[in-house]
Design a binder for this molecule. Sequence first.
Ligand code: FES
Length: 170
Amino acid sequence: MALSLLLIYGEKSKMREILMKTRPQDLDSILENYPRRPQHLIGVLQDVQAAFNYISPEHLARICDHVGVPVTQAWSVATFYKSFSLEPRGEHSIKVCLGTTCHLKGGERLAEACERDLGIERGQTTADQRFSLDTVKCVGACAEAPVVMVDEDYLGRASISSLKKEFKRR
Ligand code: FES
């Protein structure tokens, strides 16, 4: 089961990598892909998030100007969805599951180990911008608890040593 999850999500991760490489890396190129209409707000936000790993205040202002929505509206959308970040995020996202099952199977210990190993607290990003650490509540893979998500990959039956290896591999 763990292997199949890794395979499924590993493929997704590879696809995301390919998309990131082919995606335009400057804001103008992204904006050019979208007509100047409010209904494209989320699409533009998604592309900017994917390209820059966060949405800066300057980006938000330009996006609003392009699609014609007030900054307050775009800000509400960007803060409502967890997939958007208004602060710089690490290249890799580490999410330790602390849902009930994972908590019972040592999730908290894993979260503490991540904090020690990465030298940051939950909600923070390493100084070299490589990793961001967060905790989440149940990622829907309780049978594989404790689970840690590294980018799009689900690491089932995670242990401190498997996490350390994963951090080195990234
Ligand atoms: S509690 Fe962690 S996957 Fe469900």
